[in-house]
Design a protein around this ligand. Sequence first.
Ligand SMILES: Nc1ncnc2c1ncn2[C@@H]1O[C@H](COP(=O)(O)OP(=O)(O)OP(=O)(O)O)[C@@H](O)[C@H]1O
Length: 342
Amino acid sequence: MPDVAEAPLLDIRGLTKNFHVASAKNGNNVLCALDKIDLHVNRGETLGLVGESGCGKSTLARTLLMLERPDEGSFAFDGIDPFTLKGKALLAWRRRVQMVFQDPFASLNSRMTAGEIISEPWLTHRDLYPTAAARTARVRELLMLVGLRASDAGKSPQEFSGGQRQRIGIARALALGPDIIVLDEPVSALDLSVQAQVLNLLNDLQQRLGVAYIFISHDLSVVRHVADRVAVMYLGRIIETGTAEQVFERPRHPYTAALMSASPRLDAVEGRRERIVLRGEMPSPLDPPSGCRFRTRCWKATELCATTAPLPSSPAGEPDHLAECHHPMELGEDSGRLARAS
Ligand SMILES: Nc1ncnc2c1ncn2[C@@H]1O[C@H](COP(=O)(O)OP(=O)(O)OP(=O)(O)O)[C@@H](O)[C@H]1O
């Protein structure tokens, strides 16, 4: 387990990303995809990032990879804001953050061999493995590290199964020796049995290499299996964070409680959570509700929730278990005793 006393590897402060869109809602054409996000990732840990489609998970990932420029706020990686870097320092920084995409069929170039795919990042970072012999040797090592054969280097992606392709994607992400990998739904395109193998591989690589992961997934049972800490996102905001145990066992935000209750595999294990059915869809980020963003779907909402945005707060004894809610779930509070939201 990482030493939580040391400074975080990634420290996100007030990160905001707006998109200007053609279609206006209520006269507004500024879509706030990330709204003052505060979040951190420790060295060597897995942060699970969960939330409904459209809540801003991919925008956060893209911003961390510097594919989007934030409008406000910043993030520091080992104390350095990468947007202040230029030239060689920026190139060196780019090695440290890598990404694995959801679809191993679409994300690998079918005209390249596995070896070419894995070694492609070295075309930009030439100093890492300057000779052809060094590159060939490292490709073979990386293939074996992800559980493939060294001789697979000459094969094209079509010759591999989905799980094997995702292993190639992981090897490519490891090629530059990153400190953190953003995994965007890395197993959701795979069969269940293959999912388990890839998750075990990721876990094994983390133990061996000390790499941190941001693991984006809508599948809570998968997140529970892999995450040390969890961040729950709703309409551009992180509404709850804590250790996986805190967030899964003692969710404080009603939205988190609803998400957890809707996870059938968790219900099967625990056999007691009543499903909370949320009313309606997530509102448009072009026209977010006043006050608490979740209030239009929340069965606990009061007038206060409509007028005042809640600040993060934590329960006694759990200072790092933060939730933005005026009326957080109490310990032992059971959705069965609550007014149903549907
Ligand atoms: N380039 C863009 N231009 C305009 N709007 C965008 C752009 N990218 C994302 N959005 C909007 O920002 C919001 C957040 O999108 P994002 O893709 O980050 O969500 P997500 O949680 O990753 O969803 P999914 O799980 O479906 O990928 C959505 O309302 C989306 O329509």
